[in-house]
Design a protein around this ligand. Structure first.
Ligand SMILES: Cc1cc2nc3c(=O)[nH]c(=O)nc-3n(C[C@H](O)[C@H](O)[C@H](O)COP(=O)(O)OP(=O)(O)OC[C@H]3O[C@@H](n4cnc5c(N)ncnc54)[C@H](O)[C@@H]3O)c2cc1C
Length: 504
């Protein structure tokens, strides 16, 4: 109801649909309001005269900060305060258009014709599928789906949490987030986070999240993703990254067997009442320990955490970190629910059966190239260099890209740490560094451009009757969520029914 009111308000405000007068300021369109787009925007507004329009597919801004980052990482989510300030300070030259899908509501061609510059910062939200027999069984879900569900993503399907055996396939932070959120949930410590109330009741109405019922034990099994990537033939065994020239967590997991960051790893081992252990062979253990003195500081610290937690998990709540396993088949019960995961232990050559009532897999993301954006033979955005898109002889805007997609160019690995260079890896700080760099490049490219006749796309949105959500409308939603949250001591009570509004 509240949302519908906002949309109606947005629809009825004539100003939002008026074409902006031609201005002498160069005009930039940013596709995506996640950290990549927002940090670049912030950098550019500080260093140039640009006026900026931000387009966001979702009805609400900030991408994975809202729908990805875990509810117990509120300090990370606080980055939105910076973006808030940016919008408040730059109202005369910064606009937000949420609920606008570039590629569908506005074509890429329309965008490049209406702006001096376009920055692609739309992330990579296509999850890699677990393609093994039986993977279509009920309660087999991707990490993104699970993360989206507990973060209140509209239309996210509800997992069945009535199980004592969970298997998480993956070796990165998303897998760890899923495991940690499930492990901590039953302690009640997430009660005041921003997990929406409507996600806190598992089927059967028994309370799972608030600790009012006796907790259920979960067994988490984290696999390395070696057999699941196209590069698996080149994969080294678990400890191989130790001798590598690079820290493991900055690179594609196909090259290094763990891509956790130390913060998330430590958090998992510290969860109260849980026994989390790295269950590895004696040979792997020996290799890990022997390599320690040779490592540079960052890798050494991560490896020390791993070594410290080698063992066999025991007690009522156990988390097993298992490696050298290839998931081969999902076995379902007569109702189609996942019941077992069959894996091959590639060290022993034996087949193992893991009881499993919920299977979450997080084995990476595929890059999605928006319709109309030039792509190369690897089906990635065709980059001319580290931040400029190869537009060939096309007229129109200069196009840039930042964030967790883009060209994988090994010569740049040494200079850039963001997801653009490495694909969807790294944390927000990496994205920030990269986006600031891209903002500098744009500012420098346009340093001498004095005049602009770029019109923007508000008229196109009006003609197509696209019900966008403006910054002011978002702030009303934001305020409503915060106020609602306060009533129960939560950070915010997220609205989760945008699909009703979107279908209107
Ligand atoms: C589950 C998970 C947990 C994480 N936890 C942490 C953490 O605790 N700490 C940390 O530092 N980092 C964390 N990260 C990493 C962090 O989220 C990323 O580094 C960062 O979000 C990447 O920013 P981005 O802007 O490139 O992508 P995104 O955040 O994905 O933003 C892209 C935006 O573009 C929009 N978009 C997509 N297509 C279109 C379109 N066609 N038109 C208009 N808009 C479009 C999307 O809706 C989205 O809002 C986590 C990542 C994941 C997946």
């Amino acid at each position: 109801m509240f949302i519908r009111l906002l949309v109606r308000r947005t629809r009825n405000v004539p100003f939002t649909f008026e074409a902006r007068k031609f201005s002498s300021k160069p005009k930039l369109a940013i596709v995506g309001s996640g950290p990549a787009g927002m940090f670049a925007c912030n950098g550019l507004l500080r260093k140039s005269d640009f006026s900026v329009d931000v387009f966001e597919y979702s009805p609400v801004p900030f991408g994975l900060v809202r729908y990805g980052v875990a509810p117990d990482h509120q300090e990370v989510k606080n980055v939105i305060n910076l973006f808030d300030n940016m919008f408040e300070k730059n109202k005369d030259r910064l606009k937000m258009f949420c609920n606008v899908n570039i590629g569908r509501d506005v074509t890429f061609d329309e965008l490049t014709q209406a702006y001096d510059a376009v920055l692609l910062a739309y992330g990579s939200y296509k999850t890699k599928k677990l393609n093994i027999p039986g993977s279509e069984s009920k309660n087999v879900i991707s990490g993104s789906e699970f993360v989206g569900w507990y973060n209140g993503l509209p239309n996210a399907s509800t997992p069945n949490l009535s199980t004592s055996n969970v298997v998480v396939v993956g070796n990165g932070n998303v897998a760890l987030d899923c495991a940690r959120v499930l492990s901590t949930a039953s302690s009640g410590s997430l009660r005041i986070s921003d997990i929406p109330d409507d996600r806190k009741k598992r089927p059967g109405k028994r309370k799972f999240w608030d600790g009012t019922r006796s907790p259920i034990s979960f067994n988490f099994v984290l696999f390395h993703s070696k057999p699941l990537t196209p590069f698996s033939a080149f994969c080294a065994r678990l400890p191989a990254f130790i001798d590598s020239a690079f820290p493991p967590f900055l690179f594609h997991p196909s090259r290094f067997e763990v891509s956790f960051t130390i913060k998330e790893l430590r958090e998992q081992f510290k969860i109260e009442e849980w026994d989390s252990k790295l269950e590895i062979s004696e040979e792997d253990q020996k290799n890990l320990i022997e390599s320690l003195p040779k490592l540079e500081r960052k890798k050494k610290r991560l490896t020390e955490v791993l070594v410290k937690n080698i063992g066999v998990a025991s007690g009522p709540k156990q988390c097993h970190f298992m490696f050298h396993r290839t998931p081969n088949e999902v076995i379902a019960d007569s109702d189609g629910n996942v019941q077992e995961l069959i894996v091959e232990n590639t060290e022993t050559g034996k087949t193992e059966k893991l009881p499993c009532g919920l299977l979450i897999y997080s084995i990476g993301f595929d890059t999605l190239v928006l319709d109309g954006v030039p792509q190369n033979e690897k089906k990635m955005i065709d980059m001319k260099d580290h931040c400029r898109v190869n537009m060939g002889s096309a007229s129109g805007a200069q196009v840039y890209a930042t964030g967790k997609f883009g060209a994988f160019n090994t010569s740049l690995l040494y200079r850039f740490s963001g997801w653009c260079a490495h694909g969807p890896h790294g944390v927000i700080v990496d994205t920030q560094q990269q986006s600031i760099f891209v903002a500098d490049q744009i500012a420098s490219d346009f340093a001498h451009k004095m005049k602009s006749v770029a019109s923007g796309v508000e008229l196109i949105l009006k003609e197509k009757k696209v019900p966008f959500i403006s910054w002011d409308a978002w702030k009303l939603i934001d305020q409503q969520e915060r106020n609602q949250g306060k009533l129960t001591g939560k950070v915010r009570e997220k609205l989760t029914t945008f699909e009703k509004f979107m279908s209107k």
